[in-house]
Write a new protein. Structure first.
Length: 230
């Protein structure tokens, strides 16, 4: 089973505002991080979401300032309050890891759900794992499968891998080696090398005809852009 994704989503600001954000982007690209931070902060104080997220990210990486997760959380909260899905995901991660805040899995789940509602696949995947592990929620494999499926429908290989595991072990779903093989196949297509080994293990449990069916299902699922694959 693949575990929580623990990498923050950090993106360069989108300079839809002239002035400070544009100047901040220019300075950042030139690696003048102190000036970039100054400009992003000025725009962030005025309410620019992208700038707020960049300030948070730079506090995480220590670019232009001393690394400070507590400050990052403060700025992510400003962006998240305006509905920024990546800031919401990052807050879920900080509360889950206890960086800049007291570790709080319930709070982590809250932020992941807000991001997941905006189709952030990484948040959907992490929610799935938290329902498997029982962190911040009551352990519920069926609920985990629901969140994994949402992420898998976006081509998220880690979720596809975990669905292969869930179907192979009968956790949250009826055991189905053909579907397990299908999801492992899709995870391989999307770059998960470990899935190939698991797919071979599953293949040893089913007939050549069932393998052919699983491969056909994987092709059809991919052709539908991973939608309605169950």
């Amino acid at each position: 089973m693949k575990k929580l994704l623990t990498v923050f989503i950090l993106l360069l600001a989108n300079a839809v505002w002239a002035g400070d954000v544009e100047d901040g982007d220019s300075a950042y690209r030139k690696k003048d991080y102190a000036k970039a931070m100054q400009k992003y902060k000025a725009a962030g104080i005025k309410g620019n979401v992208s700038a707020q997220a960049m300030v948070a990210g730079m506090y995480v990486t220590g670019q232009g300032v001393a690394q400070d997760y507590a400050e990052a959380v403060k700025w992510w909260k400003l962006a998240a309050a305006q509905g920024d899905s990546k800031a919401q995901f990052n807050l879920g991660l900080t509360y889950g890891k206890g960086q800049g805040v007291m570790q709080d899995y319930v709070e982590s789940v809250k932020w992941y759900k807000l991001a997941a509602a905006q189709s952030v696949a990484a948040a959907q995947f992490n929610l799935g794992f938290m329902y498997v592990s029982g962190e911040g929620v009551v352990k519920d494999h069926s609920e985990a499968v629901k969140w994994y499926k949402l992420a898998a429908a976006q081509g998220f290989a880690l979720a596809q891998f975990n669905l292969g595991v869930m179907y192979g072990t009968g956790q949250g779903v009826e055991r189905d080696y053909v579907r397990s093989h299908m999801w492992m196949n899709l995870a391989v297509i999307n770059g998960d090398a470990l899935a190939a080994k698991n797919r071979d293990v599953i293949a040893a449990k089913i007939t050549p005809l069932q393998i052919a069916d699983a491969q056909k299902m994987a092709r059809e699922c991919q052709a539908r852009n991973y939608k309605n694959c169950d």
